[in-house]
Each structure stands twice: as structure tokens, then as C-alpha cells.
Design a protein around this ligand. Structure first.
Ligand code: TYM
Length: 333
């Protein structure tokens, strides 16, 4: 039986992925690659929707690929590729732009959040149409599942709406994909501001655990995480966001249940909680950092793996695009 397809991606917009990317998305990707025909993309076209430094983008693209592999993505099983290597992403995005309502695009909260910082006049049209390019990324690969964190839910809804619209106007062309969002790790919070999601654009770098951080840096960040003053170790997102975030991270990293972990710490203070979390996170991430560094020492081999992934991705992407062009009524060469 052929396996269903799966697609997901991340932006190469920082030198390191963070613990939210890892627990919200990457660990699911690794688990799902045996049961799905998986496509994992590094979305460099999305990374230029805000201003970027060219040499950093080039480095961060390879660094992201190295972290995917170091975390367990196997390039011999899954297609690992760079978005700009596949021309069909930008081509399908144009088609989808033409069936997206202006109001519909305006309701995307990510644009509202990101453009609020610099003002809508300073934001690019690319940032505005970002979710439509994301829909193209997904629909080209006919995936059943798209494993992501909670913050991508709205983009997945738009993708499903556009696929349904295209199919009903032009005949069945796209699979309607399902977001695959794990309840426990859908949203990992900032260590310094535990009601906000952990994000590359955090105000304070101490709020963010990076996959490429040295162990001592990770331990320091976790030990200075914001908690509260009642001193009680219990999971309660509303009343105790900082403590609950730490407990959730521990449970996600070790697989131990929240109940068992919190009861093992009864009678102890936040110092003990933080030490346990720091040790667990370092034990999980350190081998990934070391493996990623090894991979980065051989960029030619990384580029070869990316070219191999692109060749596989291009086949299905071209097939879908060609079907779309036919259905639209374009005269084909
Ligand atoms: P990006 O690069 O911001 O994030 C990559 C993945 O990490 C998840 N994530 C989190 N999960 C839990 N807690 C957090 N604090 C956290 N922060 C990030 C995200 O949900 C995502 O799954 N628009 C996408 C990139 C993209 C994409 C796609 C994703 C472009 N095309 C096609 C899937 C399919 C983004 O900016 O993700």
C-alpha cells in the first residue's frame, strides 16, 4: 500500500531553531516519517518577507538543514529540500493569489501581528501574501497531514479553504490537508514571558532555548526562567504559566507524565524543578547540536542531500502545477 503524503516546513530566519520549533514540530516530523511519504522544506522564500541579510540567509538555510537531520530527519526516507529550488512554489502561489479574497487575506492574524511592529506601510506585500505562498507549499505535495504548532492553525484553515475553492471551481485537483497539532506541545512559551509563545523574535534572548546553544547557556536560561511566588510545583496554565511551561517542557522531552513528574518533586522548591528541566533539555539537545556541527563541517555533502531532496520534490510539484495550469485553461507549450 502506498503511504499518504505529508509536508511541513520552517523558516531559515535564525542561526538556530528553538525549543518551540523542536517540540511543536520537529519531533513529530521525525516520528511521522515512517508512516508517511514525507516532504520537509526550508522555506527561504518566506524568509525574505521581512528584510534579511543575504550571507546570513545562506548560512541559516544550511544550518536549518543540518538541524533537521541532526534531530532525526532521515534524508534517505524523507525529501528534505529548499523551497527556492522548486520553481512551482512561486508559480502556484500566483494562481492561489488570484482566488484569494483581499478581505480573506486581511484577516490573517500573523500579518496583523508582524506589521503592527513596523506599521502596515513599512510591511511588504510579500508579508501580506505570505499565507498564500504557504498554501502553495502545502498543496503542491497533496499531503494528508501537515504537522505544525498551534500558531499555524489559521494558515492551515486558509489552505483548506483555497484547496476546496479551487477543487469546486475547476474539478478535483488538490488533497484537502489536515493540520496535525499535538495538544501537549502545540505551544511552548517564552521563559521570560510565559504567557507569550517562544519565538525567534523574542524581546529578550534569555526567553528562548536554541537547539544550537551550549549546555551552560541552556542551563542558565532555564535557571533564570520567570516563575511565581507561591512556591508550589503544580501544573496550572492560568494561575502558574511559568511553572507549567517548565513542567510541560520536561514532560515533552522525557516522556514522563506531568503527574508523575510533579509528584516526584513534592516538598521541593523551584530550584529543584529548574535543575531537573535544565538537565533533561541539555541531555536531549546536546547530541543534536554536536551532530549538526559535524554536518555543517561538510557543506558540500549537505548541498548534495538537499539537491537529492529537491529532485524528488520537484517531480510531484511539477505534476500538480501542470494539472493546475491545464485546469485553469492555460495553453500548454
Ligand atoms: P516557523 O518557522 O515560525 O516555525 C516552524 C514550526 O515550529 C512551530 N512553532 C512552535 N510550536 C510550538 N511552540 C512554539 N513556541 C512554536 N514556535 C514555532 C510552528 O508552528 C511551525 O510548525 N509559516 C511557517 C513556515 C511554513 C510552513 C509551510 C509550515 C511555510 N510553509 C508549509 C508548514 C507547511 C512558519 O513560519 O513556521
Amino acid at each position: 500500500m502506498t503511504k499518504p503524503n505529508l509536508l511541513s516546513g520552517m523558516q531559515p530566519s535564525a542561526a538556530s531553531l528553538h525549543l518551540g520549533n523542536y517540540l511543536g514540530a520537529l519531533t513529530q516530523w521525525v516520528k511521522m516519517q515512517d508512516d508517511f511519504n514525507a516532504y520537509y522544506v526550508i522555506v527561504d522564500l518566506h524568509a525574505i518577507t521581512v528584510s534579511q541579510d543575504p550571507s546570513e540567509l545562506r548560512q541559516n538555510t544550511r544550518r536549518t538543514a543540518a538541524q533537521y537531520i541532526a534531530a532525526g530527519i532521515d534524508p534517505s526516507k524523507s525529501a528534505l529540500f529548499v523551497q527556492s529550488h522548486i520553481p512551482a512554489h512561486a508559480q502556484l502561489a500566483w494562481v492561489l493569489n488570484c482566488i484569494t479574497g483581499f478581505g480573506e487575506a486581511s484577516r490573517m492574524t500573523q500579518f496583523k501581528d508582524k506589521s503592527q511592529k513596523g506599521g502596515a506601510d513599512n510591511s511588504s506585500v510579500g508579508l501580506f501574501t505570505y499565507p498564500i505562498l504557504q498554501a502553495a507549499d502545502i498543496l503542491l505535495y497533496q499531503p494528508k497531514a501537515v504537522p505544525v504548532g498551534e500558531d499555524q492553525r489559521q494558515h492551515l484553515e486558509l489552505t483548506r479553504d483555497l484547496a476546496t475553492r479551487f477543487n469546486s471551481r475547476f474539478g478535483k485537483t488538490f488533497e484537502i490537508p489536515e493540520a496535525h497539532i499535538l495538544k501537549e506541545t502545540a505551544k511552548i512559551y517564552d521563559l521570560q514571558e510565559p504567557t507569550a509563545k517562544m519565538s525567534k523574535s523574542a524581546q529578550d534572548p534569555k526567553g528562548l532555548v536554541n537547539l544550537m546553544d551550549e549546555p551552560s547557556v541552556i542551563a542558565k536560561k532555564i535557571k533564570s526562567a520567570v516563575t511565581d511566588t507561591d512556591g508550589e510545583i503544580r501544573f496550572d496554565r492560568e494561575a502558574k504559566p511559568g511553572v507549567s511551561n517548565l513542567i510541560g517542557i520536561y514532560s515533552a522531552v522525557t516522556g514522563e507524565s506531568v503527574e508523575s513528574f510533579t509528584s516526584s518533586l513534592q516538598g521541593q522548591g523551584y530550584g529543584a524543578l529548574k535543575t531537573a528541566v535544565a538537565d533533561a533539555v541539555v541531555a536531549e539537545l546536546d547530541p543534536i547540536r554536536l551532530r549538526a556541527q559535524e554536518l555543517l563541517a561538510d557543506p558540500a555533502e549537505l548541498d548534495r542531500l538537499l539537491a537529492q531532496g529537491a529532485a524528488k520534490a520537484n517531480q510531484i510539484a511539477e505534476r500538480t502545477l501542470s494539472d493546475v495550469y491545464d485546469k485553469l485553461g492555460f495553453v500548454r507549450p
